[in-house]
Design a binder for this molecule. Structure first.
Ligand code: ATP
Ligand code: MG
Length: 431
């Protein structure tokens, strides 16, 4: 036998019941997005590599070491599996001139790819939900987006998620801070790790974002960006805070929150929890007013966030908030293969009436025994077994056998239902 093939490391196959939880989460997200009037956008999973190099910045974790990049064998184009979707959404909005009739509120949902070390909450194919508001200068829309995420946690029944907030100001303000930061880090060169030394001149702000515990004290005492912000940036930040306060949304100021990508300015935020170990950030975002121009379009302000679906599902599990999954209403027990043609025809109207019906199908040895079929019926979680025995069918009937206890705690007796009344019975069950 050939060596069995396996999924790529860090990429997961998802079956029921977990896939049911994914569907539930996706449905919750879609409902809430609709209530905030955010519209779905679908962009390709593969983009030109240059989009991410230009959009995310060359000296970022993603572009430096996490991208799945390859050359199109047929035409030599440099392509990349999207590591995030904001750059692609921005490209698409520009390419299709979507801001011609005003700003847009968009959301997406789908797989992202990063070559990282797989661990709990960190995979090589993972899934994000993202919301992006393009063409709005804020801070009202910044506050709306944050409220949207906060409402999602509430909607999902999650607790213990803290909002952390900072402002990155504008590029010129960051430049002044950058100089002060480089001077500070140069004074402590001997204490820096390899990553920090490498980024000292190329992207010193990212040194503040280090996960190395040995550097925490050092970055804690580093010059703070907030002290370099001008009046307009501070006003934007103050206004955002007031708008959050007005909605009753609490937050913690985190001057070290700089985000991993180059495109952010002004508002940046993360939703964090301490119940997921090291992978505690469930959602992150901010304003990226410079990105549209940076990837070659007309300048326009923009703000957005992305959440990690695996981390949200893990949190739902840890907090016991995963919902019970739907079970079939009925399980069709088919004792004789001769009845199958009639049974298949009878079941379709039940499904059309909205019932979930699981049919017992034949295995390699044909249909199993009644006993085995009832065992399957029970295990399916269905409320009723519909028994299509030869005698019942000959009499124009089906046996309806309740499988679960009713409100009184007892399981009702089996009844016989004329086939002509199955439609009404289904309608009563739905009601
Ligand atoms: P981290 O600091 O954990 O690496 P990040 O800053 O790289 O996160 P973003 O690019 O902001 O993450 O992505 C937004 C969200 O997507 C994260 O907050 C997280 O919930 C999720 N996420 C990012 N990378 C992964 C991954 N490799 N596996 C699972 N979820 C991820
Ligand atoms: Mg990362």
């Amino acid at each position: 036998m050939a060596e069995p093939l396996r999924a790529v490391k860090g990429m997961n196959d998802i079956f029921a019941p977990a896939s049911g939880h994914w569907e539930w989460l996706e449905a919750k997200v879609r409902e809430l997005m609709a209530r905030y009037a955010y519209r779905n956008v679908r962009t390709p999973i593969v983009e030109p590599t240059a989009l991410f190099v230009r959009g995310l910045g060359e000296v970022t974790d993603i572009v430096e070491k996490e991208m799945y990049s390859f050359e199109d064998r047929l035409n030599g184009e440099q392509l990349t599996l999207r590591p995030e979707a904001t750059a692609g959404v921005v490209r698409a909005v520009q390419e299709h001139n979507q801001l011609y009739d005003g700003p847009k509120r968009l959301y997406y949902l789908g797989p992202m790819f990063r070559h990282e070390r797989p661990q709990r909450g960190r995979y090589r194919q993972f899934h994000q939900v993202g919301a992006e508001a393009l063409g709005f200068a804020g801070p009202d829309v910044d506050a709306e987006l944050i409220a949207l995420a906060a409402d999602l946690w509430a909607e999902l029944g999650l607790s213990g998620i803290t909002l952390e907030l900072n402002s990155l100001g504008q590029p010129n303000e960051r430049l002044a801070h950058r100089q002060a930061l480089i001077a500070y880090l140069e004074q402590h060169l001997d204490r820096l790790d390899e990553d920090a030394r490498r980024r000292l001149y190329s992207n010193p702000l990212r040194v503040l974002d280090t996960k190395n515990p040995d550097l925490q004290a050092l970055v804690e005492a580093a010059p703070k960006l907030i002290d370099y912000l001008g009046a307009a940036s501070l006003a934007h930040f103050e206004a955002l805070r007031a708008l959050l306060d007005a909605q009753g949304i609490t937050y913690r100021l985190n001057p070290r929150l700089v985000r991993g990508l180059d495109y952010y300015n002004l508002s940046v935020f993360e939703f964090v929890t301490d119940t997921l170990g090291a992978q505690g950030t469930v959602c992150a975002g901010g304003r990226y007013d410079g990105l549209l121009e940076q990837i070659g379009g007309k300048a326009a302000p923009a703000v957005g966030w992305a959440l990690g679906m695996e981390r949200i599902l893990e949190l739902l599990k840890v907090q016991g908030k995963l919902p019970p999954l739907p079970v079939p209403d009925c399980y069709a027990v088919v004792p004789q293969p001769e009845a199958m043609a009639q049974v298949l025809a009878l079941l379709r109207p039940l499904r059309a009436a909205g019932l979930a019906v699981q049919m017992h199908g034949a295995g390699p040895e044909g249909l199993s025994s009644m006993k085995a079929q009832f065992k399957k019926a029970d295990a399916s979680g269905a409320r009723y077994a519909l028994v299509f025995g030869a005698a019942e069918l000959a009499a124009g009937q089906v046996a309806v056998k309740p499988l679960r206890a009713d409100a009184t705690g007892s399981i009702q007796e089996q009844t016989l239902l004329p086939l002509a009344e199955v439609g009404q019975w289904a309608a009563r069950l739905r009601a």
